[in-house]
Design a protein around this ligand. Structure first.
Ligand code: G3P
Length: 229
């Protein structure tokens, strides 16, 4: 199951790649503009941090299929390493996904709100489909249910397409998509860090350390020859 960073912030990406088993980085136009940097320079900076083997997902901006295809080719030409082109699941986007499939360019269909949008994108040849879990919930829909039903469609009919769920506001949503069949999640840095946060874990670690210190007077397993006993 993929764990992907949904951010273009270099400092956050550096820290997360250092500590977590990260598979890639997703961006979209809103995420890119937050960094106030040149688009291609920023993507190359991200590439330098994550290396050539992790996937970097870059979204197109235009509306017409022909223009989307041109943008996709441009991104592939300019950005080194493994790149997946993110394309919104509009009718023009689906046409572009079909064309890019014939050119051997991998795509992710994004802004998915219904299982049937995901089905059409997978059938068009998208390698990934990306339901927007929290944005669906905010429309009084059920983002988890969309992931569950989309999983049923893709798995039952053996589509070569993975669900990389996006748009989360809390770890409970992440938990729910994980147990309902998503093949991966793309998460903002604070949500990734929260996957490990639990007050009891912190308390237990402190207690182990304190017990050891009280007995041996040191706070490490190293240099055991120096301990009192
Ligand atoms: O990758 C899509 C994602 O960035 C949308 O998330 O949190 O803006 O709803 P959010």
């Amino acid at each position: 199951m993929l764990l992907v960073i949904d951010s273009a912030n270099i400092e956050d990406i550096k820290e997360l790649v250092d500590y977590f088993p990260i598979d890639g980085v997703t961006t979209n136009p809103s995420i890119i503009v937050k960094e106030k940097k040149n688009f291609l320079h920023l993507l190359k900076e991200i590439r330098d941090v994550i290396g050539n083997d992790r996937e970097l997902y870059v979204q197109t901006l235009t509306f017409k299929a022909t223009e989307i295809v041109e943008e996709a080719k441009y991104i592939i030409e300019k950005v080194p390493g493994k790149v997946v082109i993110k394309i919104p699941a509009t009718i023009e986007g689906i046409k572009a996904i079909k064309i890019l499939k014939t050119l051997g360019i991998r795509t992710m269909a994004t802004t998915i709100y219904t299982p049937l949008q995901g089905y059409v994108a997978a059938k068009a040849g998208a390698s990934y489909v990306t339901p927007y879990v929290n944005r669906i919930d905010n429309l009084a829909g059920d983002g988890i249910q969309v992931v569950k039903e989309l999983t049923q469609i893709l798995d039952k009919h053996k589509f070569n397409c993975q669900i990389l769920a996006a748009s989360f506001k809390n770890v409970q949503q992440v938990h729910n998509v994980c147990v309902n069949g998503a093949h991966g999640v793309t998460l903002a840095p604070d949500i990734i860090k929260n996957l490990l946060s639990h007050p009891s874990t912190e308390a237990n670690v402190s207690m182990f350390n304190d017990d050891w210190y009280k007995e041996y007077g040191v706070k490490s397993l190293l240099n055991q020859n120096d301990v009192k006993i």
